[in-house]
Design a protein. Structure first.
Length: 471
């Protein structure tokens, strides 16, 4: 009996060992299958995340010029067609076109003609009789405005000397703009600078115009050299503009990306109602500002967007651009149409702008506007949105920089003037392409600063450049 029990136990152990081996083999197979499934799940999660991100681009409203600061030139054709008539302005009840009291303009002329052309018949077209002896009678006159023949003027400059009775030899001197045995005059230098900078023409097209219209054979290298000379001639005026901006009460600042020799750089603009100061730099940080304004603008209110470099400057105070805020709020309205917060904030900003523009200074309800603003930035949201929360945090950070234009009449509520000062730089890139070198970008910045400053003071940019070339 005992022997049988032992045999049974041995058989059971043998069966258990076989069963264990089978289970271990099955576990090994299942582990391999499980590892394969985990890998496929991981790949599916990655693909799902990537597809979700791609899908979100179609679900979110597309940013373009009507709901962001993206310029129209960077939009695709659909956005340009769809939003070509949209702007931040509200519809007006006034009719389109010139308003009552608007001073019109038309083609005018002076009654003192430089030249008169008389057209007198010589013979009768019917019988052929000579009409020279017959007295003529004027019937009608018409006036035309034209350009004279455009030819370069070659001037020979000669200096002389005289001997005074005292024995002193008195010599005359050449004008400061006449350098070397043969040189280009100030009119030509100013004209080349004007075409290249204010009309955005590249070197090749500038040389082509001089050749085809004026008959002047000037190379692209000569155009570059003339611009470099103009940069040197304008340097003292350029520095004076910087000093005057430093002492201005209100200054606008902005920057835009440019390509110099294929690499991203930045063109900075600091401007006032009467001054424009532009310079290029490789950096978009505060270091680029410190090179030209090492002590900041301690006497100035600075109007800008919310770029952090401006808020690291030493200034009297800040005013953030409400136009940028309105664009961002327009985007958030489209992103979260069920959330009323962007619309309320947008309405408040418009209300503040309208009161500043339409009401007497002492009647503006500043306290009420600030109270509504605090209720919005400290209040909750109907629908959670990360983008709206980010803007709320930013406005809370800049709480004291939103409505300064309601307390100081010289401060504008937007930074559009700075946008206008850098817009020619983007047109320059569109027409001429990138700058080939940093000195070329610096020459453009100096010349544009002088020309735009002259324009703001109702002076001719061309004659301002000519005056600089004469120095």
């Amino acid at each position: 009996m005992q022997e049988k029990t032992i045999a049974d136990i041995v058989e059971i152990v043998s069966e258990l060992r076989t069963r264990i081996a089978y289970l271990e083999n099955k576990i090994s197979i299942l582990e391999r299958e499980n590892a394969g499934l985990r890998y496929r799940l991981h790949q599916s999660e990655i693909a799902n995340k990537r597809l979700t991100e791609r899908l979100s681009q179609y679900e979110k409203p597309k940013k373009d010029s009507h709901n962001s600061s993206i310029p129209p030139g960077k939009q695709d054709l659909y956005s340009t067609t769809k939003n070509r008539t949209k702007s931040l302005r509200e519809p007006s009840d006034k009719p389109s076109g010139g308003q009552v009291g608007h001073e019109g303009s038309c083609l005018t002329f002076s009654r003192e003609a430089d030249r008169t052309e008389s057209y007198i018949p010589d013979y009768c077209p019917r019988c052929g009789q000579d009409l020279h002896p017959v007295e003529s009678q004027m019937l009608e006159e018409r006036w035309s405005i034209d350009l004279p023949p455009i030819v370069p003027e070659v001037i020979c400059h000669q200096i002389y000397q005289k001997q005074c009775r005292c024995g002193c030899q008195v010599k005359s001197e050449f004008p400061s703009s006449v350098k070397g045995f043969v040189s280009y005059g100030s009119n030509l230098q100013a004209f080349i600078s004007y075409l290249n900078t204010e009309h955005h023409l590249p070197y090749k097209r500038t040389a082509k115009i001089l050749q085809e219209i004026f008959g002047l054979q000037i190379s692209e290298g000569t155009v570059c050299n003339i611009l470099e000379r103009m940069k040197s001639s304008c340097s003292s005026i350029y520095e004076e503009i910087r000093k005057r901006i430093l002492s201005s009460s209100v200054v606008g600042g902005d920057e835009t990306g440019i390509k110099i020799n294929g690499k991203l750089n930045w063109l900075w603009s600091f401007q006032t109602d009467q001054l424009t100061y532009v310079y290029p730099d490789v950096s978009r940080g505060k270091a680029a500002i410190d090179k030209h304004f090492p002590d900041g603008l301690p006497h100035s209110w600075l109007v800008s967007d919310r770029h952090s470099s401006y808020f690291n400057m030493n200034v009297r105070g800040h005013q953030i651009c409400l136009a940028h805020l309105l664009w961002e709020l327009t985007y958030l309205e489209e992103l979260e149409p069920e959330e009323p917060w962007p619309g309320k904030m947008k309405q408040l900003l418009r209300e503040a702008i309208h009161k500043r523009k339409s009401l007497p200074w002492e009647q503006i309800d500043r306290k009420g506007i600030l109270q509504k603003f605090d209720e919005l930035i400290y209040g909750g949201l109907k629908k959670a949105s990360q983008e709206i929360e980010n803007l709320k945090k930013s406005l809370l950070k800049h709480r004291d920089n939103v409505f300064n234009f309601l307390f100081y009449p010289k401060i504008p509520y937007d930074n559009n003037a700075s946008e206008r000062s850098i817009r020619p730089m983007k047109v320059k890139q569109k027409v001429s392409g990138s700058f080939r070198s940093l000195p070329g970008a610096e020459a453009y910045a100096v010349i544009h600063s002088i020309a735009d400053t002259a324009r703001k003071n109702n002076q001719s940019p061309f004659f301002a450049l000519k005056s600089a070339a004469d120095c």
